[in-house]
Design a protein. Sequence first.
Length: 298
Amino acid sequence: MPLVPLPELLAHASSHKYAVGYFESWDVYSLQATIAAAEASNSPVIIGIGGLSSNHEWLQAGGIELYGNICANLAAKSSVPITTLFNESDSLAEAKLGLGVGFNSAMMHTQGWDQAKLLADTAALVTAAHAVDIAVEGEIGALAEIKDGVFDASGASYTTPEAAELFVRETGVDCLAVAVGNVHFVTGSHIPTVQVDLIKQIGEAVNVPLVLHGGSGTPDDQTRVAVAAGITKINVGTKLKFVFGNALVAEIGKGELDPNLAYGSRFEGDINTRAGMALTREIQRLMDVFGSTGMAHK
Ligand SMILES: [Zn+2]
């Protein structure tokens, strides 16, 4: 079906009390595994690629355009509602490369920017994106992250309702990513504590849907509570790469492989296809946690 605008997708989630997952992908296998999960679970989904852990040289040398077009092509052939996102680009210039190449939503990774640049560049992206019917996700506050296996909150700051209200009013973003105790890049044992009351307070202060990044590390019970408190979009990246990578390693570890079957055949003996099946299972599980299962055509 045609791409669904992000505000429309999130308004549906809000009125039906669930969250849509943005499941970050990185190649055709992971992208198709994501869409397969959405179709099997009859769930809306947000697909795309992110700048935060990608080579910006590759992205800017045509990677953004290549990936956006693949996303749009696959979305058009799918039976479920899909929004495409160029997530966490590292600058206004890079975000603009994502306009008009298959993505219908955009976001910049702005953590650590000073307030003047944050407001000016986000507003400029909104103006450029809205002119071509593309939605913008903004962010205010900064997430702690796991760096080299260690919890690092040195650059982190919670989103305040006052700052959120000002930011949304000044920039005109379509949805807002918040820092409420959620953490980026979690693979190990670190358990974040999501501040549910803060989510509610921010939700009362702004008139746009709220987004939770760091979906990889947030435990299922906290995720459910966050959705109940008003989160309508959840970003997951690291965990998906972890699941896919572990499945790949397990397949390779089984011993000698027929190269023509194992690499790129798309038969069941293709190790990337098998890793994609593991990825599909994990995304379907997350869709259950987010409450989006069965919501595609409600
Ligand atoms: Zn993120």
